[in-house]
Ligand binder design. Structure first.
Ligand code: SF4
Length: 469
């Protein structure tokens, strides 16, 4: 096994060096979450769906804990609760008992089954188990959909996109029918507010959007008078069934554009729905692409309110350019978000000197470079990175700020630079569900946060303590 000599970046949480060499392959403070979490997020965005993890109970608990602390909502995830026996002999018995319990207790419209590392490793045959269960119950009960999510081969992002494909493949009807003004929207892993704004944009162009997933109300609902076993909201199975009859699919995320196995690619290949592959619409360039796509799908020009938002955004760039020009940033998190943030930063004069993701992306640096709004020269692109690698690069390149999830806080504290919280998970602040980072409006919100973070440093490190900037 390859080993590396210890360097200071391998310090433990208590600041001490562990003893001995650390395997080069070991992840130190992961910059990713596990694949079934991405699957659970998609399932939470389908009406009446209950996520079900086939594997050990701890996996469901870990994923629930992360989703709850980010979204601040109750999140139920069922599990087949493997014991030692199931790990050896297979989990078929627990699976059937678990599904029985879920149907009795939750009466779901759909059960979304994702496999964990353990069940993937022992090779449980999920499709066979599902068929056996359904045959035994003569087709009674809700449908089940399965997605394979071994976390050792991917991240929460990979699990998320794999689940989109699994759901669309199982439920979208193969049809040549076209529903006028109907579009599919396949968002990246975004906030609830982002999902709401994407829908608002579609509606402003006269388009009716089937968004998959749509967890805007299931993961940020109002307070209830009575408890709901499954929170109301989400995309219905009927709507998903009609996705094959939409006029176009707006697929958001740079990493998906080249993916011939994505849900939008499948829809195009199978039912002829036009695939409009877009980046995350953050920054003027990428938001322009998004609004142009809406014009293509609707045949309409940009409504006045968005033109006004764009003009305000340009004005804000001009107002604050002197505070951001020449600054540097390290960006980390989900790959689609990192690409979009890098593009946005290159637009406002901040150089993203480090662009890191825990996801293993082919051609990662090229993907980012192609999305940049301007040439920023050389930068460090880390794919499959952990926070130890990001820290090593940041100690060397000394960025002025970090942009990413709460996991960047220890590094921000060590380097004494601000952390602009973005992505998943954010569990040391309130309101992550309401962060808007799409469209001109969302770009303006992020722009203000970035500029103010830099101004705060300028002000707090000033010897004169001035209050007029
Ligand atoms: S064992 Fe695998 S599936 Fe379970 S929590 Fe850990 S990484 Fe996720």
């Amino acid at each position: 096994m390859n080993t590396v000599h210890l360097s200071p970046d391998l310090r433990t949480a208590s600041g001490e060096l562990p003893e001995g060499d650390v395997p080069e392959i070991a992840t130190r403070n992961a910059c990713k979450l596990c694949s079934p979490l991405g699957a659970a997020l998609v399932f939470k965005g389908i009406r009446g769906c209950l996520p079900f993890l086939h594997g050990s109970q701890g996996c469901a608990t870990y994923i629930r804990r992360y989703l709850i602390s980010h979204f601040r909502e109750p999140v139920d995830i069922a599990s087949s609760s493997f014991t030692e026996d199931d790990a050896i002999f297979g989990g078929a018995r627990n699976f059937a008992a678990g599904v029985d319990n879920v149907i009795r207790q939750y009466q779901p419209e759909l059960i979304g089954v994702a496999t964990t590392c353990l069940s993937e490793t022992i090779g449980d045959h999920m499709l066979g188990m599902i068929k056996t269960y359904q045959d035994k119950h003569a087709g009674d009960g809700p449908p089940l959909v399965h997605v394979s999510t071994p976390a050792y081969t991917g991240t929460h992002s990979d699990g998320y996109y794999a689940t989109l494909l699994a759901v669309v493949r199982q439920f979208a009807q193969r049809t040549s029918l076209r529903l006028p003004h109907r579009v599919n929207v396949l968002p990246a892993i975004m906030s609830c507010e982002d999902l709401r704004h994407l829908r608002e944009c579609c509606e402003a162009y006269g388009l009716s959007a089937t968004m998959l997933p749509d967890y805007n109300s299931t993961l940020e609902g109002g307070s209830w008078d009575a408890y709901h076993w499954i929170p109301p909201g989400g995309t219905s199975l009927d709507e998903i069934g009609e996705m094959g009859a939409a006029c176009a699919t707006l697929e958001i995320g740079h990493t998906q554009a080249a993916n011939s196995q994505s849900a939008a690619a499948w829809l195009q290949q199978t039912t002829g729905v036009q695939r409009l592959a877009l980046g995350w619409p953050l920054g003027i360039c990428l938001a322009d692409h998004f609004f142009t796509a809406l014009s293509i799908a609707s045949g309409r020009t940009m409504p006045r309110r968005f033109a006004e938002e764009r003009a305000r955004l340009v004005d804000a760039y001009v107002d604050a350019h002197k505070y951001v020009a020449g600054k540097t940033a390290a960006v980390f998190g989900e790959p689609d978000l990192v690409v979009a943030v890098a593009s946005f930063l290159s637009e406002i004069g901040i150089k993203p000197v480090i662009c890191a993701t825990g996801s293993k992306q082919k051609q990662w640096k090229e993907l980012i470079r192609e999305a940049l709004a301007s040439d920023i020269g050389e930068f460090t692109a880390l794919s499959g990175a952990d926070h130890a690698k990001i820290a090593t690069a940041a100690r060397e390149l000394k960025p002025d700020l970090l942009i990413g999830s709460s996991k960047g806080y220890p590094l921000a504290r060590e380097l004494d630079i601000p952390l602009v919280r973005l992505g998943f998970p954010i569990h040391d602040r309130i309101g992550s569900q309401r962060l808007l980072t799409v469209g001109y409006r969302g770009t303006l919100e992020l722009f203000d946060r970035v500029v103010n973070a830099l101004l705060e440093v300028k002000q707090s490190t000033s010897t004169s303590g001035y209050s007029y900037l």
